[in-house]
Design a protein around this ligand. Structure first.
Ligand code: RAM
Length: 575
């Protein structure tokens, strides 16, 4: 038969009409995972995917429209410093002597001259150098080496030979040649720094130059005038709040960056915590909206939301896919709705939220137990050996519950009517396979590993009874052999789990012990990774590569404002 448009229509139309008459396909999936066992309608995810496909381009336009204006704040260095070795100081370095900035201005310089400027606080922004002439003409270019550092180690230890795991280009050093002097030079690249080391590499000895001054322009979309009021209970809490807000502020650019030094990109797991801290402080809802729309608009062709996305030159999804971050998309959308009241955005993103269940439930077996998948990056924490089964199970369940809550808020519970039974199945499975009644703790994987991460996420996912939650959290923080968190990201969830378990005193104590120790070690902004006693720990084989102003570390401002100010109890919190 010859195929004409009329014959195609004749073949396709009856099928399409009968589909319309039947409505959506209510037959359950048959894929051998919990999705089939839970009776999820076979076409649920394809229907959501069709909506995602229709909306994706508009999501990126909405992201563009929500781009916040950056505030530009002039800054000046406050001192010229020397750095001295002190084994008791963070990473072995502390500020030695200080001198006035004018001590390095208005004098001729020669090759080899070097000094370190201290801006007195961490900032993300642009540096300016004023060069002046002492002879006319300055008869050769001036070559400067500049090193920007968030931590003293960066302006003190050599970057080379570089042995780290990530690209050397993240380290903030530059060689700058200035052909015409006098001149005010504004460096085109944005840096994250408190310290700037200036070394004169080469210059004329006849046409001499010097500096007339230094400055910087800090950029952020965090508006201090919008700051929600807060009365800290103590000077210690005020310091935690200040450092946490500085961390959040410098990561608040035209997306929520994970770190203004590195990776300068939008990560879903970091975004959730930044958004929570932002709701309690600067309340820039447009930035959350834009970040959500970028992650949504850059989803893959099969509807997997961005684990991390690049903003420029135009939004594009990064190559990583983290299962637990994917599960956190629903809570992030839900919390945005609850904080902002922006129902239109939550409704717009709803199909993508539902579609994520297609991915997060894939590694869950018909009994409702997550079997750690090999094909995914299960992150949870930067811990080298942590068994991920139990915490990952709990995060997937947490995401499922958030989807249900979102459905309730949006009046869409009929679309996901399978969730309550599925939640019960996953809870039951966790109690059966991952709870050790004798120890009163959750265990993970074939070695039945006990970790803070497993207890915390299970508590947050609501698996244990209140009494079990309290006992498990108390037991794990006092267990010397339990696997401990490595990053402030995981420590955040520990504090929240302690709160959720009713252990408000322990939560407050842990917050003040863990983040407080960073403050006591001189942190201006909170660090990407911190383990007490191991200042140089790095996921990237170089502490110089670590980010010292890191998004996921900013939550003390949220936790304190949320109210962890309960009295410290007699329980000893181990770190
Ligand atoms: C780090 C990033 C980011 C985090 C991922 C998993 O490299 O800086 O903060 O979300 O890892």
């Amino acid at each position: 038969m010859k195929t004409t448009p009329a014959t195609v229509l004749a073949l396709v139309l009856p099928a399409a009409l009968s589909l319309l008459a039947q409505g959506p396909n209510q037959a359950p999936l048959t894929d051998g995972t919990v999705k089939a066992a839970a009776g999820i309608p076979a076409d649920l995810f394809s229907r959501q995917m069709a909506l995602v496909g229709e909306r994706r381009a508009a999501w990126l336009e909405k992201a563009e429209q929500a781009t916040p204006a950056l505030l530009r704040i002039p800054k000046k260095p406050v001192a010229v410093i020397t750095v001295t070795n002190d084994p008791a100081a963070f990473q072995g370095w502390k500020i030695g002597s200080t001198a006035e900035v004018k001590s390095v201005c208005d004098r001729p310089l020669k090759p080899g001259d070097s000094f370190i400027l201290d801006f007195g606080e961490h900032l993300a922004g642009y540096a300016q150098l004023g060069l002046r002439a002492f002879d006319v003409p300055v008869d050769a270019p001036v070559r400067l080496q500049l090193i920007f550092g968030e931590a003293l180690s960066e302006v003190t230890e050599p970057f080379d030979p570089y042995t780290g795991g990530l690209t050397r280009a993240w380290l903030q050093d530059e060689t700058v040649n200035v052909d015409v002097v006098p001149q005010d030079v504004r460096l085109p690249r944005r840096y994250a720094f408190r310290y700037l080391k200036v070394t004169v590499v080469s210059c004329s000895l006849h046409g001499r130059f010097g500096f007339s001054g230094f400055g910087a322009e800090a950029v952020t979309c965090a508006d201090e005038t919008k700051l929600a009021p807060f009365a800290p209970a103590s000077a210690e809490d005020a310091a935690l709040d200040r450092v946490a807000r500085a961390t959040l502020r410098d990561c608040m650019q035209t997306v929520f960056e994970d770190g203004p030094k590195r990776d300068r990109r939008l990560w879903l797991g970091d975004l959730r915590l930044q958004a929570l801290a932002n709701y309690a402080t600067y309340r820039n809802f447009d930035l959350v909206k834009r970040s959500l729309y970028i992650l949504a608009g850059t989803c893959t062709d099969i509807g997997l939301v961005g684990t991390c996305s690049f903003e420029k030159p135009e939004p594009v999804r990064g190559g990583n896919s983290i299962l637990d971050y994917t599960a956190l998309f629903a809570p992030t959308v839900l919390e945005y709705l609850e904080a902002s009241g922006d129902r239109a955005t939550a409704e717009d993103l709803w199909p993508l939220v539902v579609k994520q269940l297609d991915f997060t439930l894939e590694p869950v077996n018909p009994e409702g137990l997550l079997i750690t998948p090999k094909s995914w990056w299960c992150f949870i924490d930067w811990h080298r050996t942590l068994d991920k089964q139990a915490p990952e199970h709990a995060v997937v369940l947490f995401g499922l519950k958030a989807t249900q809550r979102l459905a309730e808020r949006l009046g869409k519970t009929q679309e996901v009517a399978f969730i309550p039974a599925l939640v019960a199945r996953m809870e039951e499975s966790a109690r059966k396979s991952l709870w050790d009644e004798q120890q009163g703790l959750f265990v993970s994987g074939p070695k039945r590993e006990v970790s803070w991460a497993s207890q915390a996420w299970m508590v947050l996912a609501g698996v244990p009874s209140p009494e079990q939650a309290r006992r498990a959290m108390q037991a794990v923080i006092n267990s010397p052999s339990a696997e401990k968190p490595v990053t402030p990201y995981m420590h955040h969830y520990v504090v929240e789990a302690l709160q959720a378990a009713g252990l408000k005193g322990e939560a407050a104590a842990h917050l003040r012990d863990y983040w407080g120790e960073m403050v006591r070690k001189g942190a201006d902004t909170f660090w990407e990774v911190y383990v007490s006693g191991d200042d140089k720990l790095s996921p990237y084989k170089s502490h110089l590569m670590n980010s010292y102003c890191h998004a996921w570390s900013c939550t003390p401002t949220y936790l304190l404002r949320k109210g962890t100010n309960a009295q410290r109890t007699t329980l000893n919190v181990q770190r």
